[in-house]
Design a protein around this ligand. Structure first.
Ligand SMILES: Cc1cc2nc3c(=O)[nH]c(=O)nc-3n(C[C@H](O)[C@H](O)[C@H](O)COP(=O)(O)OP(=O)(O)OC[C@H]3O[C@@H](n4cnc5c(N)ncnc54)[C@H](O)[C@@H]3O)c2cc1C
Length: 394
């Protein structure tokens, strides 16, 4: 099925945005017996987000397992591994939240798979290629949407709960008048795919801290023989990189000990640039409204947690609200479960958000951070997961 035709209809939940957050929420709601309209502006079921380095943390992998797509992702070339961090004070595997390994999977595989799985469920209607014209309100809460598509014209869908899963520049939150709190991100990211690089030492993502934390280089192993290389540099370097992005990327990677030799492989994609990616926090629930994924909290891509947070926040929302929706409990009871969602969401994400946002500023590491990096490096050395030949010079 390539999408449902737009006709006036009522659902338990309308989810706007069929990315990782929206598809995960749709599938989990449907499995709990809740009917879902999943509304997506892209017209193709296999559309995907190209601006992403697509590493999923162990916490996100756990949700992918819950969704029943983990084995399919492995069959389609996902690479399992941790995240190894190299600073001038030592190398260590980043302590990650969640058991097990993270995985690298291209968005061209992940997004269509999640969308297809969600739309295959009989309780999910997927509307592709639609535009939101208006949010509908009744009895002081959001109660639906007016949508438009080129083939079906305008139409109203109504629901007990409206979920914004439409990414960091969320239209729904904009229309609902919810403003984000922003934390500046001083860096731009450049990335590209290489093939034919010398065999990898491990399947871990590797991150090199350049200088004293002003810039970073990262190598993400993808399916055999494909490596995504990315650099995060201060915004001030944008001019310097303009017109010679590939040269700058390759120079920067070569300047770090232990990085892949890019000249041994070949560039197989355009070189992409992502900038002005401030971290953003929005209050994640209101009357008849909930926010998941980047629409609620979008963070510096340097941390590689966005997909994981999208999946985790979707699962948390469903756990908090599926029962009152399924049992058709009162609006009051649904509202109480939305307040619980907001509280739990804050407890889980706010401390991580604060830590990550502090790394979005270009400044030398504080003595405390240097101490922690030194300690983690020393501990890893004692445990034998440190390679002296790759030691970075201080
Ligand atoms: C350069 C870069 C690198 C990154 N690297 C990583 C990484 O390595 N690991 C990681 O975990 N995260 C990474 N991220 C972050 C990650 O891409 C996002 O956090 C994640 O995609 C958020 O998922 P989401 O479902 O909330 O939003 P999105 O993936 O943005 O999905 C939103 C969906 O909503 C749809 N939509 C938008 N507006 C509307 C509308 N008005 N109506 C209907 N539909 C709409 C979109 O078409 C899309 O399908 C990176 C981000 C960037 C920019």
């Amino acid at each position: 099925m390539e999408g449902t035709s737009l006709v006036e209809k009522s659902y338990d939940v309308i989810i706007v945005g069929a990315g990782s957050a929206g598809c995960a929420a749709a599938l989990l709601y449907a499995r709990a017996g809740v009917s879902v309209a999943l509304v997506e502006k892209a017209s193709a079921i296999d559309a995907y987000k190209p601006l992403c380095t697509h590493y999923v943390q162990p916490g996100g992998v756990a949700v992918l397992k819950d969704l029943g797509v983990y084995q399919t992702l492995l069959d389609k070339g996902a690479v399992l591994g941790g995240m190894r961090f190299r600073s001038p004070w030592g190398e260590f595997l980043l302590p990650q939240l969640g058991k097990g390994q993270g995985l690298n999977i291209q968005r061209s595989v992940l997004d269509p798979l999640l969308r297809q799985r969600a739309s295959d469920h009989p309780l999910v209607d997927l509307y592709l290629g639609v535009r939101i014209r208006e949010l509908v309100q009744a009895d002081d809460r959001f109660s639906g949407l007016i949508l438009e598509s080129s083939s079906d014209g305008r139409c109203e869908l109504s629901s007990r709960l409206l979920v914004a899963a439409d990414g960091r520049n969320s239209t729904v939150t904009h229309m609902a008048g919810i403003k984000p709190r922003r934390t500046r991100n001083d860096r731009i990211s450049f990335f590209a795919y290489y093939q034919g690089l010398a065999p990898r030492e491990s399947a871990d993502v590797q991150v090199w801290s350049v200088g004293r934390g002003e810039s970073y280089v990262a190598a993400f192993p993808n399916e055999p023989d494909l490596t995504l290389i990315s650099c995060y540099v201060p915004e001030a370097h944008d001019q310097q990189w303009r017109g010679r992005k590939q040269e700058c990327l390759e120079e920067m990677v070569a300047s770090q000990m232990g990085t892949p030799d890019l000249r041994s492989g070949r560039l197989v994609s355009p070189l992409m640039r992502a900038r002005r990616l401030a971290s953003m926090w929005r209050s994640v629930s209101g009357p008849g409204l909930a926010l998941v994924g980047d629409a609620g909290v979008a963070v510096d891509p340097l941390a590689g947690v966005g997909i994981t947070w999208a999946l985790e926040s979707a699962r948390l929302l469903v756990r908090c609200t599926a029962a009152p929706l399924y049992k058709a409990s009162s609006d009051h009871s649904l509202q109480r479960s939305l307040t619980i969602y907001r509280g739990r969401h804050w407890l889980w994400f706010a401390p991580q958000y604060a830590l990550i946002s502090s790394f979005s500023r270009v400044k030398p590491y504080s003595p405390l951070t240097r101490g922690v990096l030194r300690l983690l490096g020393r501990r890893a050395r004692h445990r034998g997961c440190y390679h002296p030949r790759n030691r970075c010079s201080p």
